[in-house]
Write a protein that binds this ligand. Structure first.
Ligand code: NAP
Ligand code: G3H
Length: 483
């Protein structure tokens, strides 16, 4: 595994099928969250270059859409192969750039290749439909509707830092397979990983101009991209604040938003504690809680709260803390600002008399896993997404109280329910406002062919391979009026 960053690379942007320096002559330094130094530079792409990239994508898209599904799929399958062939190098970039454990970074690359291949197969197996007019009162048998799917044009894919390859490819692959051109704007912290992912795609001989990679700060080129008249659809994953901003900037174009969460684990008094503890630990603390689907609060019945808290404490104290190069579970957060934010939530809770069970230790941006018990509704940590390794426990008297607290959140991504009574678990699940409710398991996005969505401030529209293909294409209806 390479961790030598002494020779710093200035990465070029991928514009109209060429690797280019930006005419801005400006680059952005990418800092590693755990090495705490610059590991490379990416281009700050200009608005003029965005214009050219979008123009080229429209031109290339026309002939791309005329290729057969199998021909398009062949490029994508080759891309998946290239990702796997280069998985060590790409995983090293992910590890260094976003501080994800090397093994998890490698899994992200392999998962991405699987996702791309599945996307190809799914697109190949999606069928249109035909309808006959006489299915409606007074309709004519000789009127036949043919419903096919058509591309939208040029899709803008904006991804977050925490899955810089997987959450980018989960937009790029369905967009291309559905016959669109793509403008890909990676998270700035995540750009190097995104560039390596596109280098693999470039090796497939993808038609020039069909996809461009526009690196640059969201605060600088973000609005320009989002408001651009040449963009026909936006697929965005990131924070709820950014998502809300985007939904105000866009008008009359399809928008899919996958946003933040405050996923609760509801633990009933009849829960299998082994299952609950294992799922909560894994759900809350992997990658230091920097997952949208991390378990971010526990709503436990007071009858089993002492037992649960004691068992969580014991497991938390066994977690490995340190470097992603050693595959530690708890790693430095993406930057110091994020660590300050998490520390602020812990401090607020402790000032308001939450019980510190374990944790509340910090070195720079490395926050030790922290368990807070007897958290109350007046504490920010009860409601705000930390994106860090802090887990608040709220004790409840009944399922009704747990459901009420779960639903009072502005978020609604996922939730977990732990009970050995399946009827009871299902009854609770149906009352929790979330895109997905997991019964006796941790909150998570995968498997990637499942629909994935958030409600309320957690999102709009649906991802997951099948639904992404649908959202990146439209119905095209042709009606035959036979004699
Ligand atoms: P973020 O700060 O919202 O950034 C996400 C993306 O938006 C980045 O590419 C960012 O670019 C870009 N951006 C920022 N301002 C923009 C603007 N005005 N116009 C267009 N793009 C703009 O989120 P993050 O910190 O990377 O990710 C963490 C958040 O994402 C958490 O809240 C997490 O829950 C959420 N998330 C949700 C899901 C899901 O599927 N529901 C998955 C992963 C993460 P820059 O990096 O250049 O600013
Ligand atoms: O961070 C948000 C991701 O969509 C979570 O994916 O549940 O597979 O970790 P995951």
């Amino acid at each position: 595994m390479a961790s030598n960053v002494s020779e710093l690379t200035t990465y070029k942007a991928y514009l109209q099928g060429e690797w280019k320096k930006s005419s801005s002559d400006e680059t952005i330094a990418i800092q590693s969250p755990y090495l705490r130094k610059t590991i490379g530079y990416v281009q700050a792409v200009t608005q003029g270059e965005v214009d050219e990239a979008i123009k080229a994508a429209h031109k290339a898209q026309k002939s791309w859409a005329e290729l057969s599904l199998s021909e398009r799929g062949a490029y994508l399958d080759k891309w998946a192969d290239e990702l796997v062939n280069n998985s060590e190098d790409i995983a090293t970039a992910i590890m260094q750039e976003v501080g994800k454990g090397f093994k998890d970074a490698k899994k992200e690359v392999v998962r991405t290749a699987d996702l791309i291949r599945y996307t190809v197969q799914e697109a190949l197996h999606m069928h249109g439909e035909s309808l006959k007019g006489d299915g409606f009162p007074g309709g004519d048998q000789k009127k036949i509707g043919i419903v096919e799917r058509a591309p939208l044009g040029v899709v803008l894919a904006i991804s977050p830092f925490n899955y810089p390859v997987n959450l980018a490819a989960s937009k790029v692959a369905p967009a291309l397979m559905a016959g669109n051109g793509v403008i890909f704007k990676p998270a700035t912290q995540g750009s190097i990983s995104g560039i390596k992912m596109i280098q693999a795609l470039d090796k497939t001989g993808l038609p020039k101009g069909l996809l461009s990679l526009t690196t640059g700060r969201g605060s600088v080129i973000g609005d320009y991209l989002v408001e651009h008249k040449g963009i026909d659809m936006i697929s965005f994953t990131g924070g709820s604040g950014t998502g809300r901003h985007l939904s105000k900037q866009t008008a009359m174009i399809p928008l899919v938003l996958e946003l933040g969460g405050k996923d609760p684990a509801l633990v009933a008094e009849d829960a299998d504690m082994d299952v609950a503890v294992k799922s909560i630990m894994n759900g809350a603390f992997s990658y230091s809680g920097q997952r949208c689907t991390a378990i971010k609060r526990v709503l436990v019945n007071e009858k089993v709260a002492d037992e649960l808290v004691a068992r969580l404490k014991s497991e938390i104290e066994k977690l490995t803390v340190g470097s992603p190069e050693e595959d530690s579970t708890i790693v430095p957060l993406i930057d110091d600002k994020s660590a300050d934010f998490v520390q602020g939530l812990i401090d607020d809770a402790l000032n308001k008399k939450a019980t510190l069970v374990t944790g509340n230790k910090r070195q720079d941006n490395l926050i030790y896993p922290t368990l807070l018990d007897k958290v109350t509704e007046d504490m920010d940590v009860a409601w705000i997404e930390p994106f860090g390794p802090v887990l608040p426990v709220i004790r409840v008297k009944s399922d009704e109280e747990a459901i009420e607290l779960a639903n009072r959140s502005e978020f609604g991504l996922q939730a977990s329910i732990f009970s050995q009574d399946i009827d009871r678990a299902l009854e609770v699940a149906r009352q929790v406002e979330a895109g997905t409710v997991q019964i006796n398991g941790r909150t998570e996005r995968g498997p990637d062919h499942f629909p994935f969505l958030g409600v309320k401030a957690s999102g709009m529209g649906v991802q997951g391979i099948h639904h992404s293909l649908l959202s990146m294409s439209r119905e095209r209806v042709t009606v035959l009026n036979l004699k």
